[in-house]
Design a binder for this molecule. Structure first.
Ligand code: NDP
Ligand code: MG
Length: 393
């Protein structure tokens, strides 16, 4: 039996992963399942999948989890240290699907015990890409991308030589506000930005899709995971979300990966890799689809893409700052402290303020460095946000 753990099991990616696991009884032994505030779901899944341990990120929810698991023999634990302890438990395959920087440390712990890390938590690559890859190499562990675009690039590269790649194009739906006039974007509410035309995802990534911060993170993720130069990586708007990415080779061939917008494809690919297995995803009917559209993204509308280019050039600690500032700005937008277009202002100003304090291109050499940069960026982003929110009033 293959031992698996799922971090962020109660979320959108986590639930899709459990859906695949549930379809193959007696194949997997679930070691750890983790969640945040959704204790009922976590307990239900831990019981259904006979997990060894269930962990909630929140220490003040431990007694709720213990109550929900009473008499089942499943261990209950809580807090960040417990998440890391659970990630260090021997497992063959670990899904990293916590949202945000909170997902970084458990991923490192999973790699250190040699598990294959199925990586949905893009923040890990953005904030700590070089360190994550070197940790995997040191421990002989594999990282498999689960973000749909990166899974698509990975698949297009199978059997190819990376040196013969000219360019990589990742697609973006354009998000929930794609058809809004640019001058109205400043007034968009979390509700407006929280509806995605194609994908059913967690709230935070859905809003990041509307602002293109999600695509910005994915450009950086592409640079860090595959090692391409920033000028080889492009994003194009493709409203249908059927092509997830394309890889262009030196002979001009462009290999596209198509599939329905269903994360079970990328999750299932990572679960079965290096084999392929039948997956419960819809099959595309091309004649019925009829046409596919593409459009260049407008930098004025999506400043996050321009900022991502700077971060890809700087590398070092810039990704950790970009991600942390984005998380604070998104919290501020969700709390209606700043407007939709002010999120990128907060991120840009945080980057330039921290660049005056430290050299952003210096590499982060340990998890402690990553935590330190993440912390500093959060503090500065809150200061910047306090000022930016005044401008709004
Ligand atoms: P969700 O918001 O649906 O789920 C997030 C998960 O993380 C939940 O299990 C949640 O617990 C848990 N969680 C939240 N806060 C914390 C915390 N501070 N510490 C520990 N756990 C926490 O997110 P998604 O599933 O949409 O996304 C997960 C990751 O995958 C993100 O990094 C996202 O960018 C990436 N991703 C997602 C895609 C998608 O289709 N959804 C596509 C590609 C990448 P609870 O709900 O119990 O509070
Ligand atoms: Mg994606």
């Amino acid at each position: 039996m293959r031992r698996i753990s799922i971090f962020g099991a109660t979320g959108s990616i986590g639930q899709n992963t459990l859906d695949l696991i549930a379809r193959a009884p007696n194949t997997y032994q679930v070691v750890a399942l983790t969640g945040g505030g959704n204790i009922a779901q976590l307990a239900r899944d831990a019981i259904a999948h006979r997990a060894q341990v269930a962990v909630t990120a929140y220490e003040d929810r431990l007694s709720d989890l213990q109550d929900a698991l009473a008499g089942t023999g499943i261990e209950a634990a809580a807090g960040e240290a417990a998440l890391i302890e659970a990630a260090a438990r021997p497992a063959d395959w670990v899904m990293s699907a916590i949202v945000g920087a909170a997902g970084i440390a458990p991923g490192f712990a999973a790699l250190e015990q040699g598990a294959t890390l199925a990586l949905a938590n893009k923040e890990s690559l953005v904030a700590a890409g070089q360190l994550l890859l070197s940790t995997a190499a040191t421990h002989g562990a594999d990282i498999l991308p689960v973000d749909s675009e990166h899974s698509a690039v990975f698949q297009a590269l199978l059997g190819e030589e990376v040196a013969q790649v000219e360019r990589v194009i990742i697609t973006a739906s354009g998000g929930g506000l794609r058809d809004w006039p640019i001058e109205k974007l400043a007034d968009a509410t979390p509700q407006d930005a929280g509806a995605h035309p194609n994908w059913d995802m967690g709230q935070r990534i859905t809003i990041d899709s509307a602002s293109m911060f999600n695509k910005a993170l994915e450009l950086i993720e592409t640079r860090e995971y595959f090692g391409f130069n920033p000028n080889q990586i492009e994003a194009v708007i493709h409203p249908q979300s059927l092509i997830h990415a394309l890889v262009g080779f030196c002979d001009g061939a462009l290999m596209a990966h198509l599939g329905p917008p269903d994360m079970r494809h990328a999750i299932g690919f990572a679960l079965h890799y290096p084999k392929r297995a039948s997956l419960p995803v819809a099959r595309l009917d091309l004649a019925q689809i009829g046409a596919l559209q593409f459009e260049a993204p407008d930098d004025a509308r999506f400043p996050a893409l321009r900022l991502a280019r700077d971060v890809m050039e700087m590398r070092g600690g810039a990704g950790a700052v970009f991600n942390a500032a984005k998380e604070i700005a998104l919290d501020g937008f969700l709390a209606r402290e700043i407007g939709f277009m002010q999120m990128s202002v907060v991120v840009e100003e945080t980057l330039s303020r921290i660049a005056q304090e430290v050299s952003l291109s210096n590499p982060l050499e340990s998890l402690a460095d990553v935590r330190g940069m993440n912390h500093l960026a959060r503090v500065r982003a809150r200061e910047v946000m306090a000022r930016v929110s005044q401008m709004r009033r």
